[in-house]
Design a protein around this ligand. Structure first.
Ligand SMILES: Nc1ncnc2c1ncn2[C@@H]1O[C@H](COP(=O)(O)OP(=O)(O)OP(=O)(O)O)[C@@H](O)[C@H]1O
Length: 190
């Protein structure tokens, strides 16, 4: 082989070798280059989604709590209204129910008798607010008890809702195992 040909062959060999070296280096760099792992990206997305969901849930919970607070306030108001209305009804309209124990206390154990009629005996009572009442205690005579009981109920349901200046006002009643009685406004001398 002549010297120039040998020189060209060596140069070409060096050039190819250099190119191969550079290409290998580039390949190594490419392989080592930090790249975003698709799985990591998925994890990132999942985390972001999780954050969004948590925020959404928290915001819904906050909204619900606020709504519940408003509802509770409304419930309280409604309850107060109901109680007020019930008290008003008791005072104005419907007869109040007393226990036999209460009536025994208010009449001082039925110590002052005002009179007696077809239904039974009438006693004077003083209520805790100082008001005087007449308590008509129903007879427990077995032969008339059913009729008396019916009249008692009629009296409670009708007179309890009737207001007239010429009619005695029925304030309440007692209907338990120990006594059945009607409580009227007191018409006598205090
Ligand atoms: N609200 C009242 N206030 C004061 N005294 C009363 C009152 N109600 C009744 N009395 C007294 O009790 C008595 C008996 O009354 P009661 O109404 O039981 O008999 P009545 O008038 O004969 O009616 P009835 O036979 O339908 O029961 C009366 O006569 C009266 O002296």
């Amino acid at each position: 082989m002549s010297a120039p040909v040998l020189l060209i062959a060596i140069s070409a060999g060096i050039a190819v070798g250099w190119s191969l070296y550079m290409y290998t280096k580039w390949l190594i760099m490419k392989v080592e280059e930090p790249r975003i792992d698709p799985e990591d990206r998925g994890a990132e997305k999942a985390a972001a989604l999780g954050r969004m969901i948590r925020e959404l849930v928290a915001s819904e919970a906050r909204k619900k709590a606020a709504a519940a607070e408003v509802e509770e306030e409304t419930d309280d108001d409604e309850e107060r209204m109901k109680v007020e209305m019930a008290i008003e009804n008791m005072q104005k309209e419907k007869p109040v129910r007393f226990s036999s124990k209460q009536l025994a206390a208010y009449t001082r154990n039925y110590s002052t008798k005002l009179g007696s009629g077809g239904f039974g005996e009438v006693y004077k009572a003083e209520f805790p607010n100082g008001a005087h009442m007449a308590v008509k205690v129903l007879n427990h005579n077995t032969s008339i008890s059913k009729r008396v009981e019916e009249q008692f109920m009629t009296e409670v349901s009708t007179l309890g809702r009737t207001y007239h200046r010429n009619l005695v006002r029925l304030y309440g009643f007692c209907h338990d195992a120990k006594a059945k009685a009607l409580v009227y406004e007191y018409m006598g001398v205090p």
